[in-house]
Design a protein around this ligand. Structure first.
Ligand code: CTP
Length: 391
């Protein structure tokens, strides 16, 4: 829960996407953040301060010289007694003012006095976004350490299509989390596998398992948030592709093996969360199998163990982490996998974690470490695994 108890000053400026700041506020509050909204005068033409203050449960500051407001939360507090400042949506005007040191209203004054990291989520017409002066202002702000998320591409309110849309709210939320996360994995190249594999029987049928990919995707997102370069090799999953990672979609165990072998030499840390099929049909029929026979037997053969193979390729001292899915003798079987596959850590879990948002795991290390965790959301489990990997 990175956002829990974090104080966030949310600047809202006058763009049509200002209504999306309401959803952003709701989600920030849901994750435990204290949101102090600040609106420019033009933002109040698009949404009302009442909506923002209802969702944030805080007064909305709009004026620089507001005596009642100043006694509660001063503009210096809004700038300095917070963990993060988000400007969403950020118009070309506020970006221009912040880049050039102009402070003629409350939000631009807060940005001048800011101590905390500042994250801009621009939103404007694509022509304005492409404008040379605007781009120079963005470069200036970036060079001073300001962060940006988006804008993204798509239909714009002005009737045009192009780059200028406010980034999706979940991306702004993720960028906010990243801004508040210590970058302790900077320089690490992390290879993560996730999801099930599908072993074809014919063009429409396959053998697979109940893995959703949630654990592996959570690890990939957590590693990226902590500053790592991440390659995510994923079997078929309905989850959205995480932003900012190199995404390698695969289907079968064989494709997963190829992708992992290709990316392994450049990696420093490998986490195999995928539920790779252990067997595949010996024959994959080129045409759909008709229901002529009363009984159908499918002969299966072993797939290669990807993790074990990577263990044999380990040349640069990569840290190798595997999972162990067990129904019986959890720790004993997990310990065996740790040894047999030459792992540094093994994360033991049960089928209860499959396709669930939470997981109860026991982490076992080569050094005898045994950490029995309580059931936790998968993003928290992901951070715990990464913490152990760093030790
Ligand atoms: N694994 C792999 N390649 C396979 C099978 C498993 O890389 N063909 C990896 C998984 O990603 C996981 C670890 O090995 O990190 C353990 O997987 P698990 O299914 O628990 O065990 P198996 O090794 O398949 O052994 P068993 O099915 O006998 O328990």
């Amino acid at each position: 829960m990175i956002l829990k108890n974090k104080r966030i000053t949310l600047g809202v400026t006058g763009a049509i996407s200002a209504y999306k700041a309401l959803e952003l506020t709701r989600l920030l509050v849901k994750e435990g953040a204290e949101v102090c909204p600040v609106m420019t005068r033009s933002a109040t033409e698009f949404i009302t301060p009442l909506s923002l203050s209802t969702l944030s449960k805080n007064p909305v500051s709009t004026e620089l010289f507001d005596l009642t407001g100043e006694t509660k939360i001063s503009h210096i507090d809004l700038a300095q007694a917070c963990d993060l400042i988000i400007v969403a949506p950020a118009t070309a005007n506020i970006i221009g003012k912040a880049a050039n040191g102009l402070a003629d209203d409350l939000l631009s004054t807060i940005l001048m006095a800011a101590k905390a990291p500042v994250l801009f989520a621009p939103s404007m017409n694509s022509q304005m976004w492409a404008n040379g002066a605007l781009q120079e202002n963005v470069r200036k702000l970036k060079s001073r350490g300001c962060l940006f998320v988006g804008p993204s591409e798509g239909d714009l309110a002005c009737g045009y299509a192009g780059t200028g849309r406010l980034a999706p709210i979940d991306e702004i939320l993720e960028a906010a989390k990243e801004a508040l996360t210590p970058q302790d994995l900077k320089g690490e190249k992390v290879l993560v596998t996730a999801g099930p594999t599908r072993e074809p029987i014919d063009p429409v049928r396959y053998v697979s398992n109940a893995s959703s990919g949630k654990m592996g995707y959570a690890i990939a997102k957590a590693a990226r948030r902590r500053g790592a370069e991440v390659v995510l090799v994923s079997g078929p999953s309905f989850l959205p592709r995480p932003e900012g990672v190199t995404f390698v979609p695969v289907r079968s165990a064989e494709e997963m093996l190829d992708a992992c072998v290709r990316h392994f030499p450049q990696s420093t840390l490998v986490i195999m969360a995928a539920a790779v099929a252990d067997y595949r049909p010996t024959i994959s029929y080129p045409s759909k199998v008709k229901k002529d026979a009363r009984v159908l037997s499918i002969e299966m053969e072993r797939t290669e163990d990807v993790l074990k193979k990577l263990g044999t390729l380990k040349k640069k001292g990569q840290t190798l982490i595997g999972f162990a899915l067990e129904t019986d003798s959890l720790e004993e079987n997990a310990k065996k996998k740790l040894k047999d596959k030459g792992l540094d850590l093994v994360v033991a879990n049960t089928p209860a974690g499959l396709d669930s948002d939470t997981n109860q795991v026991t982490i076992l290390g080569r050094d005898g470490l045994v950490d029995r965790l309580t059931p936790l959301p998968k993003d928290e489990v992901a951070d715990m695994i990464l913490d152990k990997a760093l030790r």
